[in-house]
Design a protein around this ligand. Structure first.
Ligand SMILES: [Zn+2]
Length: 572
């Protein structure tokens, strides 16, 4: 491709709307353009990258026996209407919670599973046809009020989603690691570092799923790791060890004045006790309008997802002052003692230690020496505590570390939820009709492109891995000397004839500096420069985008050296 013909121009200034490095660089490098909030066009350079990503996905899917097909772009509401048998999930807690956390999952759950189940119902009749694995690369839409971050959070996007259908759970269990490893290979081939975490599975009622997370400071999920033993989990699910408190004799409850002291830190400081000898009260309201009273040790935080799961997956939101008043609770001084008509959920941390400080449910007063279960009852005792950096690993006892991450992909053992809903059954070897067991697996293609850029860039631009770079070679000539431009054009023709993908900056109306800056911004792995000086010496100047050093290679040798030069790419 001659640069002078290339559709899409590079931008010198960083567009104001772009916050993330990937968003800024993809815009500046002329890879994508925003049409409307969360809706992008891929310009030719970006489209080439996307096509390479998709090709890697195809190769890895095909390698494990998945068959490519194409399902229509569907609006879930239309599918529900058309089938008449599928009921839209009630806007329940799990769904909304999922929507808040990882938009991907919600979309996975709401776009093509229904279509696949319909297809299975029409195509599969016998256990002899199972297992079967299909995939497609398709555009999807979602209502994304917070679209930002370039290709990471968008309203229209493309996803490679795969589905497997099985006669038995054993068969699904056998396939699951195959696609899991195929996903690992896809990310590795795209130069993306990911690790997998077992995901929160509230939405599927206990289904097994894993998220592939790419570590990135711009990630929207918090991940908890143990560098010592390799434990990794989403913060919403991560477990940790809560240090036990020493045994001591339980004393009588005593009311103390704590004027104006509302926060745990204020009360603990005022009474001279550590925060881990206090109870923290946190209030939520369910979608049914019921107030839930969560009690946790004062040095810990409530994890809303764990709390919701402990309550059977109900939707929760912070309770309002008005709701607390109505329930007879005095905000800032709330007490689990003597509350009526409010569900009390206790964190496991309450089962260790004695003589805690709790609210007195009276403005300006707290209680000392509160003991569970002596002084109050909890309907449920569960792990509802949020894991944080520095907490103790439940596996090995070493400190945990928190990092931000972006979900890059997801694998799900769905079970029979969708097949049962549309009557997708098969006749088993025992003559019984049974619902088909399904798995669902997805990777967003544009999102993956963004993640690659997040992980592969510097202050000058993108540094594409060779596997997905829009071109392998960025050729440019310096100056407008007709001899030089003729030599560069001839070299361009030779490289193309040899089968290389070459972006040739043939512009005569810009400076060498502009050309070098554009080359760095676009991020093609190899840069070849031809000038009057290199011609005189019979060499080509060669620079790897990922390296600082410039080397010269004799013109006579360059073509044979290219495979080795591309192979010098450092491991991701
Ligand atoms: Zn550990």
């Amino acid at each position: 491709m001659r640069f002078s013909h290339l559709f899409g121009r590079t931008l010198r200034e960083t567009p104001a709307e772009a916050e993330l490095a990937s968003h800024q660089l993809l815009l500046r490098a002329g890879m994508i353009r925003q049409l409307a909030a969360g809706i992008f066009s891929y310009l030719p350079l970006g489209w080439r990258v996307l096509a390479k990503i998709e090709q890697i996905m195809r190769e890895e899917m095909d390698a494990i026996g998945c068959q490519e097909m194409k399902m229509p772009v569907v609006n879930p509401a239309e599918v529900w209407k058309a089938t008449g048998r599928w009921q839209a999930p009630a806007p329940g807690p799990a769904l909304l919670r999922f929507k808040d956390r990882t938009q991907h999952d919600m979309v996975l759950a709401m776009t093509h599973e229904e279509v696949v189940a319909q297809l299975l119902a029409s195509e599969i009749s016998s256990y002899r046809q199972l297992p079967v694995m299909i995939y497609h690369i398709q555009t999807k839409f979602r209502d994304e009020p917070r679209s930002r971050g370039g290709l990471i959070r968008v309203r229209e996007f493309t996803m490679k989603d795969a589905y497997s259908a099985h006669a038995t759970y054993e068969s699904l269990d056998e396939f699951y690691p195959q696609i899991y490893h195929a996903y690992e290979r896809i990310f590795a081939r795209c130069g993306v570092k990911t690790f997998s975490v077992e995901a929160d599975t509230g939405i599927m009622g206990g289904a097994v799923s894993h998220e592939f997370m790419a570590i990135s400071e711009v990630g929207e999920d918090t991940l908890i790791f143990c560098p010592a033993c390799g434990y990794a989990a989403n913060a919403e699910k991560a477990t940790f060890v809560i240090a036990a408190l020493p045994e001591e004799a339980e004393l009588s409850v005593e009311e103390v004045a704590t004027p104006g002291m509302k926060s745990i830190e204020q009360v603990a400081g005022y009474l001279g006790v550590p925060t881990n000898k206090t109870y923290k009260a946190v209030f939520y309201t369910t979608s049914a309008g019921e107030v839930v009273f969560a009690v946790i040790r004062g040095d810990l935080e409530v994890n809303e997802t764990k709390l919701s799961n402990a309550l059977g997956g109900v939707e929760l939101r912070p309770a309002t002052e008005e709701e607390l008043q109505k329930a007879g609770i005095v905000a800032g001084y709330a007490s689990p003692i003597g509350v009526n008509g409010v569900r009390v959920i206790a964190d496991k941390s309450l089962t260790s230690g004695h003589n805690f400080v709790a609210g007195a449910n009276k403005e300006g007063y707290h209680l000392k020496n509160v003991n569970y279960p002596r002084d109050f009852a909890a309907e449920i005792v569960a792990d509802i505590a949020l894991a944080r950096s520095g907490d103790t690993c439940a596996r090995c006892g070493q400190p945990l570390v928190a990092e931000r991450g972006i979900e890059a992909g997801h694998v799900f053992k769905l079970g029979t939820k969708y097949s049962a809903a549309v009557g997708a059954t098969f006749l088993d070897s025992d003559g019984q009709s049974k619902p088909i067991i399904m798995g669902s697996y997805g990777i967003g293609t544009g999102r993956l492109m963004s993640i690659i850029v997040e992980q592969h860039h510097d202050d000058k631009g993108i540094i594409w891995p060779v596997s997905v770079a829009p071109y392998q070679i960025h050729l440019l000539h310096i100056g407008a000397d007709p001899e030089v431009t003729a030599a560069a054009a001839a070299f361009y023709g030779e490289l193309r004839a040899a089968g290389y993908e070459v972006l040739y900056d043939d512009r005569d109306d810009v400076t060498a500096g502009v050309k070098f800056n554009d080359a760095d911004l676009i991020g093609v792995p190899l840069r070849f420069t031809i000038s009057a000086r290199t011609m005189k010496a019979g060499v080509v100047e060669v620079k790897h985008r990922w390296a600082k050093a410039v080397q010269t290679v004799p013109l006579a040798e360059i073509r044979d050296r290219i495979p080795a030069l591309l192979a010098e790419e450092p491991a991701a």
